[in-house]
Design a protein around this ligand. Structure first.
Ligand SMILES: [Mg+2]
Length: 283
């Protein structure tokens, strides 16, 4: 096997303005992604094999934003028609509106799994009231993500301890040390890893902490193009063991400058056709 050794990597001079902590992690994730792509290309292996090669495909959900029940119903029907088998619904606003939206989505898509993402919008009590109202309507979500403010770890624990619906930390979870603390507290059942929130190396450590403590893994994304979503798909397919996959953002973009990385069918991203690296090209 021929092997190319990387001698050097040139990065265009960067001016980084004042950044939020997550933005710094995002810059790190971008650099790590470029290095991992270059490294695995030089080895002549696809990125998912580098991460362990556990599988060659991942299946994503698709999100429905905070819309009216009527719009939610239509979007649910469209989502099912696309061949998607789980739907993530944005909640965390007015409780009545949220419950009505979830009910409408359930009606439009009776046979798909439902994930709720409150995006820090509830108090602990409101989150429990929402789940109870849904339970009264025979709706049991597979998961509720980030019910309370990211710094309200006690509130997160309270919700987790008072419902049988699995509760995930998203904004509350950004490093291996912080995830270990949340798990130790009994504050979460599931951790949503986002590469743009922690970078790749830290994400590997978060996944290891979760596996060691029998905490389920989810992968999510910011508003990302096919480039970063392909990297996340390779990460998840290669590592394996992710119960929840929320990588739908390329489907929401009007235009995407990238092609390749995976083949899509319905909600399934298949990376088996990638021969080396990330397999992404510019259009
Ligand atoms: Mg989220």
């Amino acid at each position: 096997m021929s092997r190319t050794t990387i001698q050097s990597i040139t990065v265009e001079p960067l001016t980084i303005p004042l950044l939020e902590p997550f933005s710094i992690a995002t810059a790190i994730a971008g650099i790590e992604m470029a290095l991992l792509d270059a490294l695995t290309r030089s080895y002549g292996i696809p990125l998912y094999v580098f991460f362990g090669g556990a599988s060659t495909s991942v299946e994503t959900d698709m999100s429905i934003p905070m819309v009216t029940p009527e719009r939610g119903y239509d979007l649910a029907k469209e989502t099912v028609a696309r061949g998607i088998s789980s739907i993530k619904i944005k909640v965390g606003g007015d409780l009545r509106d949220d419950v009505a939206r979830v009910e409408a989505v359930r009606e439009g898509a009776p046979n798909v799994g439902l994930i709720l993402d409150a995006n820090q919008g509830y108090t602990a009590n409101e989150a429990l009231i929402c789940l109870e109202a849904l339970d009264n309507r025979d709706i049991r979500p597979m998961l509720m993500e980030q019910p309370v403010h990211k710094d309200d770890h006690e509130g997160l624990r309270y919700v987790t301890q008072h419902t049988t619906v699995p509760i995930a930390a998203d904004e509350s979870a950004y490093s291996a040390a912080n995830v270990a603390h949340l798990i130790e507290m009994g504050a979460v059942n599931v951790v949503n890893i986002k590469l743009m929130k922690s970078g790749f190396v830290e994400a590997l450590d978060i996944a290891a902490v979760c596996r060691a403590r029998h905490t389920e893994l989810m992968i999510g994304a910011m508003m990302e193009s096919r480039l970063a979503i392909a990297a996340a798909a390779h990460f998840v397919a290669g590592l394996g063991g992710f119960r929840f996959v929320d990588l739908d953002t390329p489907m929401l973009l009007a235009e995407d400058p990238f092609t390749g990385g995976y083949e899509q069918s319905g909600g399934v991203y298949d990376v088996s056709g990638v021969k080396s690296g990330l397999g992404i090209e510019r259009k």
